[in-house]
Design a binder for this molecule. Structure first.
Ligand SMILES: [Zn+2]
Length: 78
């Protein structure tokens, strides 16, 4: 039984419904404000993408070991 995600167009909240394939066109009512102005967003077969900010926290890789500033390109060795 697939799960569908709905967003209410009146109160802008989101909720999920487990509906059988034969009942996807039935009337879905917002559980918060009982509005019927709901919009089906997507099934949960698609992964949630929000909230996962991928920030590279790895330090800058120094190729060839430590910097001795004698022949590298760091710009501080003169
Ligand atoms: Zn609502």
């Amino acid at each position: 039984m697939p799960m569908y995600e709905y967003s209410c167009l009146d109160c802008a909240r989101q909720f999920e419904r487990l509906l059988p394939m034969s009942a996807t066109d039935q009337l879905v009512v917002c559980p918060f404000c009982q509005s019927t102005h709901v919009q089906r967003r997507l099934s949960l077969f698609a992964a949630h993408s929000r909230g996962g900010t991928t920030v590279e926290t790895a330090p800058t890789a120094v190729t060839g070991g430590g910097c001795s500033c004698s022949g590298c390109h760091c710009g501080s060795g003169s």
